[in-house]
Design a protein around this ligand. Structure first.
Ligand code: ATP
Ligand code: MG
Length: 638
């Protein structure tokens, strides 16, 4: 009988847990880890090294994460739904797996991997639509100790080749095709193109999803449905060391060449489960939905591992928020009775721009907790989400974290710690944030701002960047030795809550005054006609840096000069009122869209280049959602 993990229920319990996690981290994290299934317990809870970046958790322990996600629940939750799959096309039947069924599917896929020569330690890349077999294949890799590296299905052949080669993957798992909204991608064909440049790959396993014709290369490609015919329904889990790598995930690349972030087994498991359970406060019979793609870290930790470790029912959605109508998310919530919903500010903003009747058509009665991740959520979007989706009764957990942190670091715990617009909130137990000045000294007290760094390792901390530890060291540990450097700026408000200001590189310094881009964008977005905006700095003779704002208006609202002038004036008026004259943009350019990574983040380095007038070399744009938008922005430059 598995012991269920205790969870924080009150503010006092949060404070107590937080204090213990700082005063005696080893005892604290030993207690948290206790209820998991271990083949062997650890010898040492923590070996900390924030100078070289060699941090280790639970060394000496032996385990398999899938025994904790699946086998552990079979006796008590075998018939409980583990995974609900909602297809892109609402007319197609949803698919549901109980814990017992999911366990069996994972075992079968694991046996197929074995039969195709995949062994413990091998790297397997997955380039797949958001179908159940993606979740199953990820867990199957973990079952046999192979290191999974999921590549978002939408990246170009070049981007795949870069990642496959960096990881030296031996096997790739893909499907015949993908449908996302009205868009279709022949994923197998893209993989074929990529693999022309990937000598390490010996085999490709293809899942049939849409029945599209594909070319199968002799001696390399096999169909999953053929392979699975012959295999057993059980597969013993490989015994892994605590610090054996679990996965590599390449970060989205908003700031440059993608880095292969490596997470290991035991620490990541404990962190994924602990953060999921405490932040979202999911109850036993809840349906939980994280709308992120498994190609992003959010999909890894909060669609897959966190919910399954906790024995929750997790919903996986193949489509997009606006297909077949902008009411799709809300329809899915009503259809499945979703209680906890976790999405991104970019999705919220895109839905806000549509007629409110798309929301009003649904009851949304089941919702209890809402979450946000990916970038600072601006106040407009926060209020819309809170009022129209949460009907004023659901707390919003604004979760700050990074691929490198493995799980949520700063956030409200739903209904327990404060949820305030534009504030991520308080650190989770185990997280010791500090604000540093440029010299790397800690800034004490409240009502202060600086570079956000973390003072002590937590179980989900990045272990290395694949094949290049020096890069990890320089990026995260060498900047201010003794601290994990996040690259983000933050403000600790008078009440001690953290407000994330955006990336340090994005801070704009106007005549000695420092502004976070989020702060100015927040003010611009308050204008009714504005859907979204992005602000960057550019060199300015007098002020050091000037402010350049890119603004998207609601349909038709800024089509002529007069309305543009009008909107410009009101944007400036809000900024002056909210922040001050000093933050007034020097240039405002109206655009149709913004260059975004596929996870919905604005690629500000491109906008900075355009603002600087340096458009000859815009750098790597292979991870952009819509590269054409860049040309339009360059043409419309002021
Ligand atoms: P790269 O590191 O390759 O440039 P990336 O940083 O966009 O890519 P992620 O790890 O997905 O890749 O994103 C983490 C970053 O997203 C954080 O450093 C922060 O800037 C931003 N972020 C995430 N969640 C929040 C949040 N709730 N509030 C504010 N910012 C957030
Ligand atoms: Mg980052």
């Amino acid at each position: 009988m598995p012991t269920d993990h205790p969870r924080i229920r009150t503010t006092e319990e949060y404070q107590y847990a937080y204090r213990r996690s700082v005063e005696n981290p080893e005892q604290f994290w030993a207690d948290v880890a206790e209820p998991f299934t271990w083949r062997r317990k650890w010898d040492t809870v923590l070996t900390a090294d924030l100078v070289e970046g060699h941090n280790k958790w639970y060394e000496g322990a032996k385990l398999n994460i899938t025994e904790n996600c699946l086998d552990r629940h079979l006796s008590t939750r075998g018939n409980k739904l583990a995974l609900i799959w909602e297809p892109n096309d609402p007319k197609i039947r949803q698919i549901r797996y109980t814990y017992r069924e999911l366990h069996q599917e994972v075992c079968r896929f694991a046996n197929v991997l074995h039969n195709n020569g995949v062994e413990k330690g091998d790297r397997v890349c997955l380039y797949m639509p958001m179908i159940p077999q993606l979740a199953i294949a990820v867990l199957a890799c973990a079952r046999i100790g192979a290191v999974h590296s999921v590549i978002f299905a939408g990246f170009s052949a070049n981007a795949i080749a870069d990642r496959v080669n960096d990881a030296q993957a031996t096997v790739v798992i893909t499907a015949d095709g993908l449908e996302r909204g009205a868009k279709q991608i022949p994923v197998k064909r893209v993989v074929d193109e990529a693999l022309e440049h990937c000598p390490s790959v010996r085999g490709v396993i293809v899942v049939e999803h849409l029945g599209w014709p594909v070319h199968m290369k002799d001696g390399r490609d096999v169909w999953y449905h053929d392979e699975v015919q012959e295999v057993e329904k059980t597969c013993p889990a490989e015994e892994m060391d605590a610090e054996d790598p679990l996965f590599i995930l390449y970060t989205s690349g908003s700031t440059g060449k993608p880095k292969g972030v490596v997470h290991t087994t035991a620490g990541y498991m404990v962190w994924a489960d602990y953060t999921f359970r405490n932040v979202f406060q999911v109850e036993e019979n809840d349906v939980y939905w994280c709308s992120a793609d498994i190609g992003w870290v959010t999909g890894h930790t909060y669609l897959l591992y966190g919910p399954l470790l906790s024995g929750a029912t997790t919903l996986m959605f193949e489509g997009v928020p606006t297909y077949p109508s902008p009411g799709r998310y809300w329809e899915v919530i009503d259809k499945h009775g979703v209680n906890v919903f976790y999405t991104s500010p970019t999705a919220i903003r895109s839905l806000m721009a549509h007629d409110i009747n798309h929301v009003l058509a649904y009851s949304l009665d089941s919702l209890r907790v809402l979450g946000s991740v990916g970038e600072p959520i601006n106040e407009e979007a926060w209020h819309w989400y809170h009022t129209h989706i949460g009907k004023g009764r659901c707390p919003i957990v604004d979760t700050w974290w990074q691929t490198e942190t493995g799980g949520i670091m700063i956030s409200a715990l739903a209904n327990i710690t404060p949820s305030v617009p534009a504030r991520a909130g308080l650190p989770l137990p185990g997280v010791q944030p500090v604000l540093l000045n440029q010299e790397g000294q800690e800034i004490e007290g409240n009502d202060v701002e600086g570079y956000l760094a973390i003072k002590a390792p937590w179980p989900g901390i990045i272990r290395t960047t694949y094949g290049d530890h020096e890069r990890a060291k320089q990026t995260y540990f060498g900047v201010y030795p003794g601290y994990y450097f996040t690259g983000d700026g933050a403000r600790r408000e008078a009440d001690g809550l953290y407000r994330i200001q955006g990336r340090v590189d994005d801070v704009i310094n106007v005549s000695g005054h420092r502004f976070g881009t989020a702060e100015i964008e927040n003010a611009i977005n308050q204008n009714n006609t504005v859907v979204e905006s992005a602000v960057v700095g550019y060199p300015h003779d007098v002020k050091g840096q000037g402010i350049y704002a890119y603004v998207i208006c609601r349909d038709g609202a800024c089509d002529d000069d007069i309305s543009r002038k009008h909107v410009e004036a009101s944007i400036i008026e809000t900024i002056v009122a909210e922040i001050g004259r000093i933050a007034k943009p020097d240039k405002i350019q109206f655009v149709e869209g913004l260059p975004k990574t596929r996870s919905g983040k604005i690629m500000r380095r491109i906008l900075r280049k355009v603002a600087e007038g340096d458009t000859s070399n815009l750098g790597d744009i292979t991870t952009l959602l819509d590269p054409e938008i860049v040309e339009k922005i360059v043409e419309g430059r002021k």
